[in-house]
Design a protein around this ligand. Structure first.
Ligand code: NAP
Length: 292
């Protein structure tokens, strides 16, 4: 099924580059976005069609690939796609949402013979643009195999983790680390500023040793220059951390790093920084350190 016709819903920071890679592999059947202007300009660039609705896009497609923000947004686009979904299709959800909502929606679709593959990704906007994402996938193996060429179009690594919901459960683990690494890197760099260390040499020495990380490499320089354009929006990481917190509470687990990151990002989002990149956490760390 390597000529699988794939419609993309949600052309944000991740969805738009995913659609570009699918077009490059000859797999794109069309696009839809809530804000139509984004869909129109990408459709023009990629010589594809802007569907009039999610249902119309589903009608043109074998696979519907979705990349929207949160649980309720996913519920909405699935409801809007409903009339176009046909038996034998597969929905691939690359949004980061809760495993519970994933299972609920997948169970609805299985009733009409539509498969579900949850395939949240990691690797940032750079990973999406370069086609180097890491996809963590839940779904039955037959559906996973059918949509593998779609996921491989924009991923360096595609890993089947288990049945529906296991992709999102894996992403929850990933986000514990993403939130914790942001806490440590931003706090460390705020200390470096207080100590007046030369920033370029500091980043060079840190990335050459055991403190290296994706976040430090790709966001260290920009955050020290006070540039927080997205990237990965703080409001989206906060949404992910709340998914993790709920999972942990259901398991009677205490996750202090997650609680700390939720406290910090809640304050930043409340202050109006929700659309800034997650590296904007350094602003909170400077204040906590008693700086400006
Ligand atoms: P984004 O740039 O904010 O784009 C969000 C997309 O979702 C937009 O196309 C938006 O449409 C659409 N959308 C939101 N609510 C909708 C609704 N109710 N109905 C229809 N469409 C809706 O976000 P993103 O960075 O691409 O992230 C998308 C997902 O990937 C999120 O779950 C995020 O947590 C996850 N993720 C992001 C990154 C990253 O580095 N950015 C990395 C890994 C995972 P409009 O254009 O109309 O607003």
């Amino acid at each position: 099924m390597s000529n699988v016709k794939t419609g993309v819903i949600g052309l944000g920071a991740l969805g738009a580059p995913m659609a570009r890679h699918l077009a490059g592999c000859g797999l794109l059947s069309g696009v839809w976005n809530r804000t139509t202007a984004k869909a129109d300009s990408l459709a023009l660039e990629l010589d594809t069609v802007t569907a009039g609705s999610p249902a119309e896009l589903a009608d043109l497609s074998d696979v519907l690939l979705i990349c929207v923000s949160a649980d309720e947004d996913l519920r909405q686009v699935i409801a809007q796609s409903g009339p176009g979904l046909q038996e034998g299709m597969v929905v691939v959800d690359t949004s980061t949402v809760s495993p519970a909502v994933t299972k609920e929606l997948a169970e609805q679709l299985v009733e009409i013979g539509v498969g579900w593959v949850d395939a949240p990704v990691s690797g940032g906007v750079e990973g999406a643009i370069n086609g180097r994402l890491s996809a963590m996938v839940g779904g039955d193996f037959a559906n996973f195999s059918r949509v593998l060429p779609v996921l491989e179009a924009f991923s360096a690594s595609v890993t089947h983790m288990g049945p529906v919901g296991y992709g999102q459960a894996t992403k929850a683990v990933n986000q514990v680390m993403v939130g914790g690494i942001a806490e440590a890197v931003c706090e460390g760099l705020a200390l470096g500023e207080k100590l007046n260390l030369p920033s370029e040499r500091l980043l060079g020495v840190l990335t050459a040793g055991a403190a290296d990380s994706w976040f430090l490499r790709y966001r260290g320089k920009t955050m020290l220059e006070d540039r927080f354009e997205p990237g990965f929006k703080q409001a989206l990481l906060l949404k992910d951390l709340k998914i993790v917190q709920k999972l942990a509470r259901d398991l009677n687990m205490n996750m202090q790093t997650v609680d700390l990151a939720i406290r910090d990002y809640s304050a930043l989002v409340a202050a109006g920084d929700g659309d800034n990149d997650t590296s904007g956490l350094i602003k909170a760390k400077r204040v906590q350190a008693g700086g400006a």
